[in-house]
Design a binder for this molecule. Structure first.
Ligand code: NAD
Length: 335
């Protein structure tokens, strides 16, 4: 099947090409992000392969459909960037890669927690500069601390397991309980209890209308002073402006982000010689107690292999007129 693959980097080409040796599709790699301006590049292709910051709202889906695109194969688990009702109306199939490496994302989440707590970036720079002073590097033991996990699906449960391994108390909030989390001693509580008792709050729910800005001025006010907040899920779970205010007041003591609500156009690009125009993002970079990574939690060899393999499986199944394994169903959307 001919597939226009948007937002491709060298690593996408490497892993998709390797997986495609068995699948045998005609993959055309495009560096451009999918937007209303670039969607013409997919004219004549029956399938488009897209990533997290590609634009898949009606303004893009409509011209894609008009030009014959029937399948949107996402190289991601999250699908908050797709206007699913519009896709359904246009008769387009949308598939994703639901679980390519939850452990990789969970491990990166914990890496952010450890790096923030033990101030690893500062320590690294200090030692390289011949400065072996410990002033300002004081951390705390994770053992005995309370970790609040919001969203206990595949990634949240993996984070809960790691944190339980540190002898942390795990509190959980989800619309559905995960017995694996309860089995390791995690206790499901209300958001009120989770916010007021947690030393670390970590987000692992999807971005849906109910979770948009789930961390906002009001929820931040309910948290412990000096709380550590981690978001490796989707940027818009966190009201970034409220987080900046909470950092300035000291309410938030540590902030670790792998995602940012305005990350499209920033993340995955080398902007090191450009002036960043986003003042909120730039302000975040000034705090000594903030670590931001550019949406790299998924970025392991294992994940890229699985993403490539499962994306091509979705495309192959669609071509055979079978149900793609990662089909996004109406039930999934309503859940
Ligand atoms: P999952 O579907 O296994 O788990 C999501 C959990 O969130 C489920 O248990 C679900 O019940 C819960 N949930 C749904 N609505 C909720 C609500 N309103 N309040 C609380 N909980 C709710 O998904 P996953 O594989 O664990 O991934 C979680 C998120 O991580 C994805 O949605 C994606 O946005 C993000 N992600 C980020 C990266 C990265 O590189 N940073 C990589 C993969 C996934």
């Amino acid at each position: 099947m001919n597939v226009a693959v948007f937002s491709t980097k060298a690593y996408d080409r490497e892993f998709l090409s390797a997986a495609n040796e068995a699948a045998g599709h005609e993959l055309v790699f495009l560096e451009s992000r999918l937007t209303p301006e670039t969607c013409r590049l997919a004219d004549g292709f029956p399938a488009v392969c897209a990533f997290v910051n590609d634009q898949l709202d009606a303004s893009v889906l409509l011209p894609l459909s008009r030009e014959g695109v029937q399948l949107i194969a996402l190289r991601s688990a999250g699908f908050n960037h797709v206007d699913l009702p519009a896709a359904e109306q246009l008769g387009m199939t949308v598939a994703r890669v639901p679980a390519y490496s939850p452990h990789g994302v969970a491990e990166h989440t914990v890496a952010l927690m450890l790096a923030l707590n033990r101030k690893i970036p500062r320590a690294y720079n200090r030692v390289r500069d011949g400065n072996f002073s410990l002033d300002g590097l004081l951390g705390f033991d994770f053992k005995g601390r309370t970790v609040g996990v919001i969203g206990t699906g595949k990634i949240g449960a993996a984070v809960a397991k790691i944190m339980a391994g540190f002898d942390c108390r795990v509190l959980a909030y989800d619309v559905a309980r995960n017995p694996d989390v309860e089995a390791l001693g995690g206790r499901y509580v209300t958001t009120d209890e989770l916010f007021s008792q947690s030393d670390i709050v970590t987000l692992h729910c999807p971005l849906v209308p109910a979770t948009y800005h789930i961390i906002n001025e009001e929820s931040l006010a309910r948290m412990k002073r000096g709380v550590m907040l981690i978001n490796t899920s989707r940027g818009a779970l966190l009201d970034t402006r409220a987080a900046v205010r909470a950092l300035k007041s000291g309410k938030v003591g540590y902030l670790g982000l792998d995602v940012y609500e305005e990350e499209a156009g920033l993340f995955f690009e080398d902007l090191s010689t450009r002036v960043i125009q986003d003042d909120v993002f730039s302000r975040m970079l000034t705090f000594p107690n903030v670590i931001i990574t550019g949406h790299q939690a998924f970025f392991t060899r294992n994940a890229l292999e699985a993403i490539a393999r499962e994306t091509l499986e979705n495309i192959s199944a669609f071509e055979r007129q079978q149900r793609p394994p990662g089909l996004i169903t109406a039930e999934l959307v309503r859940a």
